[in-house]
Design a protein around this ligand. Structure first.
Ligand code: FNR
Length: 350
């Protein structure tokens, strides 16, 4: 199944391998540069069906660090376009971009909050910092929430113009959207807080405006944290309910990760530890899902798909170690996979 194509709207992925989004903290002013061109370009030579560009801020305060990527202006989108064009003209990979806002987890370096002077005042649904030693974030007014929705819309428009095949909205890992979803970080009493329906409103508004900017040639994914490992917090039952609603709002795939919103939450980490969340969301909400987290072997990836636990396999750290995991797996399994024509002499091992 790993090498069976899959279609989202008019976007067909050649196989089920996805390069998971990974911040590289290597931009100036949010601009992709030569490093990113080589980094993403070389992954496209490794045969993955989809490359997901790292969390990309929809406004300057949406970044995690000063070195994170951005897509709040045309220059940033123009640099990204060069990467997209390379991938499209030199591989079979499709390329997506993860649109993100860090919210209260912004203005950091090496996971430590930096000063307002060096960074910025963070924003959040409620006056609750991620860690008690951090500054209290600015609480977004309803008007400011609408501006954030607009930031995602503008970012999506630029991403479409740059030629991306897929847009992924980052609703996971304790960043702004997740902060709205969770009753532990969102204690608002207006239409954006309180009930489940109110806490998911911000995400749904973003999904709807992004859908206004894309057409059948661009698919829409949402990454969520399947659970935040905290009593009375966001859990997998909430994720299943959210996935049902997202499906109605024309989201094509739920990329199921976990954690990130509750400092010090106890997480038991083992091979494929997040796959059960993907499985529950996929089978109970009847949606397509991606599995991620310590998936490092071809056989393991194949089994996840065969058991019906996911439709796509997102690989992060292993693809930094081994950019050729997809093509190597195809050799082992004697399946077809893109391999650069310039490299064909290496396809025969002797
Ligand atoms: C990440 N991860 C991540 N996730 C995300 O949604 N957006 C991002 O920009 C990043 N950035 C990032 C940077 C680096 C260096 C790493 C290692 C990870 C999380 C990543 O996509 C993935 O979900 C986890 O790493 C678990 O998968 P692996 O590494 O076990 O395959």
């Amino acid at each position: 199944m790993l090498y069976t194509p899959i279609q989202f709207r008019n976007v067909e992925l050649e196989n089920r391998w996805v390069m998971s989004p990974m911040c590289m903290y290597s931009c100036e002013n949010g601009l992709a540069n030569a490093f990113h061109f080589v980094h993403y370009g070389s992954r496209s030579q490794g045969g993955t069906g989809l490359i997901m560009v790292e969390a990309t801020g929809v406004e300057p305060r949406g970044r995690i660090t000063n070195k994170c990527m951005g897509i709040w202006n045309d220059e940033q989108a123009g640099n990204l376009q060069k990467i997209v064009e390379f991938v499209h003209s030199n591989s079979e990979s499709k390329i997506g971009i993860q649109l993100a806002h860090a919210g209260r987890k912004g203005s950091t370096w090496n996971n430590i909050q930096i000063s307002i002077e060096e960074g910025w005042e963070t924003v959040a649904p409620s006056p609750i910092p991620y860690h008690p030693t951090e500054r209290i974030p600015h609480v977004l007014t309803v008007e400011e929430i609408k501006e954030q929705v607009q930031n995602f819309k503008n970012a999506a428009r630029r991403a479409v113009a740059a030629g991306f095949d897929i847009i992924e909205i980052h609703g996971a890992h304790g960043y702004l959207i997740h902060q709205f979803l969770s009753p532990l970080s969102n204690i608002r009493t207006d239409e954006y807080g309180g009930s489940f329906e109110n806490r998911i409103r911000f995400l749904l508004e973003i999904v709807d405006v992004v859908n206004e900017e894309i057409n059948e040639n661009v698919a829409l994914f949402v990454r969520i944290s399947g659970t935040e490992y905290a009593e009375n917090g966001w859990d997998v039952n909430n994720s299943v309910e959210l996935a049902k609603v997202l499906k109605e709002h024309k989201v094509d795939l739920i990329d199921v990760s976990s954690g990130g919103n509750i400092h010090g939450a106890k997480i038991s980490v083992f091979d494929g530890y997040q796959v059960p969340y993907s499985s529950r969301v996929r089978n109970e909400a009847d949606v397509k899902t991606g599995a991620v987290g310590l998936i490092t072997k071809v056989e393991q990836a194949q089994q996840i798909l065969q058991k019906g636990d996911a439709d796509l396999i997102f690989v992060a750290r292993e693809i930094l170690r081994n950019p050729y995991i997809a093509v190597q797996g195809s050799f082992e399994m004697e399946e077809n996979c893109f391999f650069p024509h310039q490299y064909l002499r290496a396809k025969i091992s002797s």
